[in-house]
Design a protein around this ligand. Structure first.
Ligand code: AMP
Length: 511
């Protein structure tokens, strides 16, 4: 992360906050803070576009805190966020700065007890942070009033407006006083946001930090090709190969998440699921276990993970490819935050491979193909060298693993009996075609996946005999526990709806 040369005091941040920021290890404003804070302090309506993890929260939190008057007994600023987790994270950022200021910040997020929030509102908070639905509910109940609200921030504005929050946000905006200041923040500002900007902002200022560089330059982007049915095993192999400190795994279908968590646990991965319709307590506990490093993976949907700041996340794995380039930016932005290094890995089927090319072009980044082989991650050149080194055609799926095991290779067994996971479609066909898979007892792709997927970690390390036992048992039992549903290729409409909450799908189908 490039930090700019000035300090917070030079941005007219009050000494008390400057001192507190220093205690928190923040002395130099990030570019988005350096650019946005002066404009916001001027009182202008502002649209801020900046990468995720670039310090956006403080870019609005500091001006809001500074404008708040603790002597007044009403809400003066409101922050809207798309999800509970992000709402809670924003509240934590505010609260890290409010000690001794007399400013009270209250969270008003859906899924939590409304009664408790009503009680908390009696303490007259100065700033509230919440999800649009819950805030509207409290307004309708007349437990919250907009009359004193002078500043409204919509964080992750594209997601708030997209997820049906448009109507609720507009109702809130309509209720605000005329001289309000409106601030929109997001890593992506798609055209539909511009309609809202025109409707709700007066003479807006635009702060764009590296708009051409929408993902952090510290992130490396890769993809690996895998048949749909092998995706979970490919994920397992990625995790074994990289052993990430903490990784978020994105899945498209909300409905699949519980089942997928169970399958991943069965194949020995340490994982929690974070999904929209779980009870709040489950979500909080899942997040806490992940934050505390008690589990290595967090399986999440786009909506659930939007904007989360989890500094330890070293890897983002797209088990299903992102629906579009914007979604790729947001998902991938969970790693490589504040200048840290990060790795993004998409697991795509041969038919989905073109999407990587689309994202590369749309975002001006390189998403390089990789192949997993014996615990190593090979570039196409290395893969080619390996093939040439063997002086033969690609390894046949029936070749024994030990026959092709290069000296000093890692412990991973190839998923398809020697086949290279991630090989391009035609080669994958040659290496692991359906005829091989169908042969009884053969080490075809399904058998390879099942053997890897079915064994406990201990079983897997016992080598191929144990592995093939599990393979036989599971091939007799039909699809292995880690298999993913075989899906038809999606229509463009279905792709758009993938991963959207059920109500949003229904709404889109009606239109
Ligand atoms: P955000 O983009 O707001 O989610 O912030 C990403 C991370 O950057 C958070 O962990 C912040 O605590 C941290 N951060 C924000 N501003 C600064 C700064 N000026 N210096 C160091 N860290 C910062």
């Amino acid at each position: 992360m490039n930090k700019v040369g000035s300090d917070f005091a030079a941005l007219h941040i009050e000494p008390g906050y400057v001192a507190r920021l220093k205690e928190l290890g923040m002395e130099t404003p990030t570019p988005v803070q350096a650019e946005a804070i002066p404009v916001i302090l001027e009182g202008k309506d502002t649209v801020v576009q900046s990468q995720t993890g670039s310090g956006k929260t403080l870019a609005y939190a500091l001006p809001l805190l500074q404008a708040a008057d603790p002597a007044q007994k009403h809400v003066q600023a409101m922050v809207l966020a798309p999800t509970r987790e992000l709402g809670m994270q924003i509240v934590r950022t505010f609260q890290s700065l409010t000690d001794g200021t007399g400013i009270r910040v209250q969270q008003l997020i859906g899924g939590a007890s409304i009664q408790r929030q009503i009680e908390a509102l009696k303490k007259k908070p100065h700033i509230v942070v919440g999800t649009p639905g819950r805030i509207l509910e409290l307004l309708k109940l007349r437990k919250l009033s907009l009359h004193g609200v002078r500043q409204l921030v919509v964080d992750e504005v594209d997601q708030v407006l997209e997820l049906g929050g448009l109507k609720e946000t507009e109702t809130i905006l309509r209720g605000l006083r005329r001289d309000k200041q409106v601030l929109f923040f997001s890593a992506t500002i798609p055209p539909r946001i511009m309609e809202a900007v025109e409707r709700w902002m007066q003479d807006p200022a635009f702060v764009r930090i590296n708009p051409a560089e929408r993902t952090s330059p510290t992130i490396e982007h890769y993809y690996v090709v895998s048949e749909e049915r092998d995706k979970l095993d490919t994920l397992r192999r990625l995790v074994r190969t990289y052993n990430p400190k903490a990784a978020i795994v994105f899945i498209g279908d909300t409905e699949d998440i519980g089942e997928t968590v169970a399958k991943l646990r069965f194949i020995g991965l340490s994982v929690e699921g974070l999904y929209g319709d779980a009870f709040k307590l489950d979500r909080v506990q899942a997040m806490q276990r992940f934050r505390d490093g008690k589990v290595q993976l967090l399986l999440a949907t786009d909506v659930a993970a939007r904007g989360l700041d989890l500094p330890n996340v070293t890897h983002v794995i797209h088990l299903d490819p992102a629906t579009d380039a914007d979604a790729y930016v947001h998902r991938t932005g969970r790693t490589g935050r504040m200048g840290r290094r990060g790795t993004a890995f998409s697991i795509v089927t041969p038919k989905e491979e073109f999407i990587m090319d689309k994202f590369s072009k749309a975002l001006g980044i390189r998403i390089e193909r990789r192949t997993l082989y014996y615990g190593k991650v090979l570039s196409p050149e290395e893969e080619e060298q390996l093939r040439r080194g063997r002086g033969k055609k690609p390894v046949k799926a029936s070749a024994s693993a030990s026959a092709v095991r290069p000296p000093g290779a890692g412990l991973e067994r190839p998923a398809a009996g020697g086949a290279l996971a991630g090989t391009r479609a035609p080669q994958a066909g040659a290496l692991a075609g359906p005829s091989t898979a169908a042969r009884p007892g053969s080490a075809g792709p399904a058998a390879g996946r099942r053997s890897a997927a079915g064994g406990s970690p201990a079983t897997r390390q016992q080598g191929s005999a144990a592995g093939s036992r599990v393979a036989r048992k599971q091939s007799a039992a039909g699809s292995g526990p880690a298999s993913r549903k075989q899906r038809k290729p999606l229509t463009p409409e279905e792709r758009k709806n993938k991963g959207a909450p059920r109500w949003l799908k229904a709404k889109r189908e009606q239109t």
